[in-house]
Design a protein around this ligand. Structure first.
Ligand SMILES: NC(=O)c1ccc[n+]([C@@H]2O[C@H](COP(=O)([O-])OP(=O)(O)OC[C@H]3O[C@@H](n4cnc5c(N)ncnc54)[C@H](O)[C@@H]3O)[C@@H](O)[C@H]2O)c1
Length: 675
């Protein structure tokens, strides 16, 4: 061993050590990530090897070098499979973990839940959802993170950079216990190609949102948002009334993956009928066996017939169509089948990396072509996206309401060479010809008021704790305040009945700033009284303040500031300052590298008064920072909430509000200047 290596080893008490674990046996039937493509040159390949070996004692290097090189060559990155613990990983009750503080044990529950065979998309590759969203880069990091969490104390903070545990640093009990970032790149290099190089080198990670932020709660996390989106789409476009549901309405979309798999469940809960196309049969099987989709067929004639029957009977039904979404839509357009609500949830944030299966290829052919001929695959994706665009145009002309469901679909169509999808016919500055769900629905109806995807995990793993929290949360909501409150109240009332739990005992519930604060204080009190075990509170990054993403979360910000990433960054900093237990900031979540900055938090409810204090300041900030930004962009619902906050909490909250200009005066003056 070299002298430096010996000194470094002796200087670390938290490190990987011992004999090499045996190479794992891969369990049959567990989905595996496609080859991500090895493109490094000779020097870079050497660097990638050196980078991975940094985690391992020198005596094992000779044995690992060929193994790691083979992973890089055949999988496009080094996962260090050998270091994955054998068998199924799952989020166990918090008491079963080792640690020196509750937060350290609680984070281990959250991480393991993100890697569970039941919840994760490609568990062996540490991908939780969204095709490429990883908990961390490789199993060496996983092992080391878990060791660090066992040593974490109330006096230290664990710092992670794209999955790499930088170390434990002295802080104080009121500080966050973990601060992490994923995929942040310097502006000049903030693009998919440079990220791909960095990913192979083992220096950056795509954490999506809650994958790398350790706050994934299975597909339930997105069901509530999907339920809200389609319900409000129908209320806006199909005159189903303020409290009306989707009875007799057909919704068509694609994808039964990590997030998209929530669509059929959400449609049924909303009382409607849904057809969701999926090319990968294994994902259909997963959702079907979980009871998240009711019927399966590979016949287009059959799926539309079943849907028509259910619509006529006004009975909820969800159907998985095994095949390509473009084929499904072309059939509908050719046969004049009406589709009132239409969307798409293929992984278009990364269409060329395998997220979008082109028309004409089966899922298996797609995987092969992606690995053997990526250039041809790219051309096929572009052709398919063009056809996809054309058929949606035909359907929209016939009365369909299409909305982009936050997967960068319209951006992908533009990148495929269709500038007509842009409102100005040239570039994306003025947005696209069809609305994103945030522009029309989620932005004005939910985010601008502060409603967002608040969630919690009962760390005891007990279903009775979840039941008690459901009931307590429901008691905190006044269903008569706004229609949004009514929907949220109905949601939590029926949550248990709808069997939404996959993985840990967790719940999602859209709430605004005050609602989240009230519920959090209530839960902390229940922990204090011993009525329930400890709880991890959190939220999706896809929220009011958490994400700057011009094609998605901030699509309804129209003052030009939607190219800025200040809000998400400030939200992260503010949460850290107020002592949230875990603070995360990521690049690209949801829409792909360079297209968003997003952050999230975790707050451990341990029943202490200190946690009450954190809740009182941090929960309101986490929402109101975004409401303030939306108000400054002149979004009327946010201005309403901000005025209310300024009046209700003098001395505690004061939000700057804009003076609107007279449009005509502005227009006339500018016309005169340009004429
Ligand atoms: N709207 C939101 O709130 C939200 C939230 C999270 C993620 N997203 C985005 O939604 C997308 C989907 O997320 P996910 O986690 O479900 O990803 P995923 O990769 O797990 O699932 C996408 C599914 O689409 C299928 N698919 C791909 N091309 C197809 C085609 N042409 N026809 C039929 N099926 C096809 C894939 O086989 C896959 O199962 C991502 O881009 C993600 O970033 C949106």
């Amino acid at each position: 061993m070299s002298a430096v290596n010996e000194m470094n080893r002796d200087a670390m008490t938290i490190r990987l050590e011992g004999p090499l674990p045996p190479y794992p046996v891969f369990v049959e039937g567990i989905r595996r990530a496609p080859d991500r493509g090895w493109t490094l040159n000779r020097a870079e390949t050497e660097q990638a090897l050196r980078n991975a070996l940094r985690y391992v004692p020198e005596e094992h290097h000779e044995e690992l070098i060929p193994e790691f090189l083979e992973e890089l060559r055949t999988r496009g990155r080094i996962y260090a499979y050998r270091f994955r613990p054998e068998g199924r990983i799952k989020g166990h009750p918090v008491d079963e973990y080792r640690g020196k503080c509750l937060a350290g044990k609680a984070f281990q529950v959250m991480i393991d839940n993100n890697l569970d065979f039941e919840t994760a998309l490609y568990p062996y590759e540490l991908v939780t959802y969204g095709e490429t969203g990883q908990v961390c880069q490789n199993w060496l990091q996983y092992r080391l993170i878990m060791k660090y969490l066992e040593e974490l104390t109330e006096e230290t903070t664990l710092v992670l950079s794209s999955g790499h545990p930088v170390g434990l640093f002295k802080s104080r009990p009121e500080a966050p216990r973990a601060i992490l970032t994923n995929g942040l790149l310097v502006g000049l290099f903030d693009n998919p190609a440079d990220w791909h190089r960095g990913m192979q080198l083992g220096v950056t990670n795509y954490g999506q949102m809650t994958a790398g932020g350790w706050m994934y709660i299975g597909p339930q996390g997105i069901v509530h948002g999907t339920f809200n989106s389609i319900l409000n789409a129908a209320r806006q476009r199909l005159n189903v009334g303020d409290k009306g549901n989707l009875a007799g309405v057909l919704f068509v979309s694609s994808g039964l993956g990590g997030m998209s798999g929530a669509q059929p469940k959400a449609v049924e809960i909303a009382g409607g009928v849904g057809i969701v196309a999926e090319v990968d049969y294994s994902r259909i099987e997963t959702r079907h066996s979980q009871g998240w989709v009711s019927k399966v067929s590979d016949s287009r004639e059959e799926v539309f017939r079943l849907a028509e029957e259910a619509c006529n009977a006004r009975t909820p039904l969800s159907i998985a169509y095994h095949g390509n979404i473009v084929d499904l839509l072309e059939y509908a357009a050719d046969h004049d089948i009406a589709i009132p609500l239409l969307s798409d949830q293929t992984s278009c944030h990364d269409p060329y990396g395998g997220g979008y299966c082109p028309q004409g290829l089966t899922f298996e052919q797609r995987t092969e072509m992606l690995s053997k001929n990526p250039e041809k695959f790219r051309r096929k994706v572009d052709q398919s996206l063009k056809a996809h665009y054309e058929v949606i145009k035909r359907l929209v002309d016939g009365g369909t309401y299409f909305f982009d469901y936050g997967n960068s679909f319209m951006r992908a169509v533009y990148d495929a060479g269709v500038p007509e999808i842009c409102r100005n016919g040239e570039n994306t500055y003025d947005g696209f010809i069809w609305p994103s769900y945030v522009e029309d629905i989620m932005g004005p109806v939910l985010f601008d008021y502060g409603y967002g995807p608040f969630r919690w995990v009962c760390l005891s793993g007990k279903s009775e704790d979840l039941r008690k929290t459901d009931q307590a949360a429901m008691a905190c909501i006044d269903p008569d305040r706004r229609s949004q409150d009514y929907d949220n109240w109905v949601w939590i009332r029926d949550a248990e009945k709808n069997a939404l739990v996959v993985g840990t005992q967790a719940r999602i519930l859209y709430q605004d700033a005050e609602g989240r604060t009230k519920i959090a204080l209530k839960f902390n009190d229940m922990v204090r009284r011993g009525e329930i075990g400890p709880v991890m509170l959190g939220r999706d990054h896809h929220d009011v303040s958490g994400t700057d993403s011009p094609y998605r979360e901030t699509a309804n910000i129209k003052d030009g500031s939607n190219i800025c990433a200040d809000m998400a960054t400030l939200c992260f900093a503010g949460n850290a300052a107020r002592g949230m237990s875990l603070c995360a900031l990521h690049n690209g979540g949801g829409v792909g590298i360079g297209k968003s900055i997003n952050g999230g938090f975790g707050l451990l409810l341990d029943g202490t008064e200190r946690t009450d204090d954190i809740i009182k300041s941090a929960m309101m900030w986490d929402v109101l920072g975004g409401v303030a930004r939306r108000a400054w962009a002149c979004n009327s619902n946010s201005m309403e909430v901000s005025r209310e906050m300024n009046k209700k909490y003098p001395g505690d909250y004061h939000i700057s509000l804009p003076y609107g200009a007279n449009d005509e005066s502005v227009k006339n003056a500018v016309d005169a200047m340009f004429d």
